[in-house]
Write a protein that binds this ligand. Structure first.
Ligand code: 7TS
Length: 412
């Protein structure tokens, strides 16, 4: 899609009106929110859904015969179906509600304790968020399996030749993100999944950063597991989604024990509920699950193709403007990127830039972005990260670039 078409497809003024927070001021300046990779903002329809739940049908689900409980159960299960449709999962029970991407990864990593042994290998990419590294290290400590790393290149892409060499009969599991949160790189996950499957290894895709921009098709990808967080797709915090192929979810042991996840309990023996309840112990974030479905509906109404095209336009525009600033280095220059720009200017500490930008009403992320291995690769303590969403504008980028130039002048 060309730039004009992308711009005309989205009615940005209307979209911005959907997000009350975009009207607020920060330090006396209109808010420019460029921290979308950390969390997206919340449209009014999602806020309304949360209020509606607590005002009208707040009840515990699955176990009540009364009207409120049935309404809440129906809405929660309907949200699961919406997510199933969105990801193109074969069955609704392959969608497990979790507390977030981190929780979903830990659930799977814990389950694999039963399947790994000394001599097995698991493979992580150099581009991962800590939450897709540490749970697997913990798994390796317990099982004796060996953690290997797919290295990265200076552009911030994965070294696929090195990956191919690591695909051996010892390989049991690969975990890689669809999109890097620090650099925006879109990884060739279909190729990774196909190669891993050629030796019978399972693959978990961390889709936390992909899902705000891309609609994944888990069946077409043939992913064994695909995880994401609701708060990055216009939903609330504290909700995550684990998609798992039925065969795997049936094999994995439960992560937590408690109510909801059981079939029969006695002091002699407990049997577990079927999917998805086996992995959903206790009272879940009912309202959050329902609101997640509403957030997804909202984004689907705008359309992921239009969102991606519009954001790509913003990315190009911002990249060109930033490149004109002397001493500015952009980290992550993969040919296929989402709307994330990580950068430093000369020797200026990212935190100092972030602090001045905040004084001017501009929210960016500074630091290692929970990706210390990437920072080590570039030999830097951190970056300034500007990440755009479909409700951002070129005018905001102009404000940001002018503010950055001011910050650089003050700090040089
Ligand atoms: N994986 C990726 C790729 C992420 O970007 C994040 C969060 C997570 C996992 C963890 O998600 P959570 O919802 O369980 O916390 N990323 C970021 C970020 O880039 N800045 O703040 C949070």
């Amino acid at each position: 899609m060309n730039q004009t078409a992308a711009t005309t497809v989205l009615d940005i003024e209307k979209i911005r009106n959907d997000f009350p927070i975009l009207k607020r001021k920060v330090n006396g300046q209109p808010l420019v929110y460029f921290d979308n990779a950390a969390t997206s903002q919340t449209p009014q329809v999602v806020i309304d859904a949360i209020v509606d739940y607590y005002a009208n049908y707040n009840a515990n689900i699955h176990r009540g015969v009364h009207a409120l409980s049935q309404e809440a159960t129906d809405a929660y299960e309907q949200a699961r179906k919406k997510i199933q449709t969105h990801l193109n999962a074969k069955e609704a029970y392959e969608i497990i509600f979790t507390a977030g991407t981190t929780h979903a990864i830990n659930l799977v990593a814990n389950g694999f304790r039963s399947f790994l042994k000394q001599g097995d290998e698991v493979l992580v990419s150099a581009l991962e968020h800590h939450s897709n590294i540490v749970p697997w290290q913990m798994l390796c400590e317990v099982t004796g399996a060996r953690l290997r790393v797919i290295p990265m290149t200076p552009k911030g892409t994965l070294d696929m030749d090195a990956f191919a060499k690591a695909v051996t009969d010892k390989l049991k599991l690969v975990f890689v993100n669809h999109v890097s949160n620090a650099l925006g790189t879109v990884n060739p996950i279909k190729e990774i999944i196909d190669q891993a499957h050629s030796v019978g290894a399972a693959v978990l895709i961390d889709g936390a950063q992909a899902c705000p921009h891309i609609k994944p098709d888990v069946q077409e990808l043939d992913a064994d597991f695909y995880v994401l967080s609701a708060h990055k797709i216009c939903g609330p915090t504290g909700v995550g989604i684990l998609y798992g192929k039925q065969e795997w979810l049936n094999k994995l042991p439960p992560y937590q024990g408690g109510g909801e996840m059981i079939d029969q309990v006695s002091f002699e023996k407990t049997t577990y509920a079927g999917l998805p309840h086996k992995f959903e112990a206790g009272t879940p974030n009912i309202c959050g699950g329902i609101a997640t479905g509403v957030g997804l509906d909202y984004m689907n109404t705008i359309g992921f193709d239009a969102i991606a095209a519009y954001e790509n336009d913003l990315l190009e525009y911002a990249t060109q403007k930033l490149k004109a600033i002397p001493g500015l280095i952009i980290y992550g220059t993969a040919p296929e990127k989402t709307a994330v720009i990580s950068f430093n200017v000369g020797e200026i500490h990212p935190y100092d830039i972030g602090t001045i930008l905040d004084k001017l009403g501009i929210a960016v992320r500074t630091g290692h972005h929970c990706t210390q291995p990437i920072m080590d690769y570039f030999k830097i303590p951190g970056t300034v990260r500007a990440s755009f969403a479909f409700y951002n504008t070129k005018e905001e980028i102009d404000v940001f670039v002018a503010a950055l130039q001011r910050a650089v002048m003050m700090l040089s």
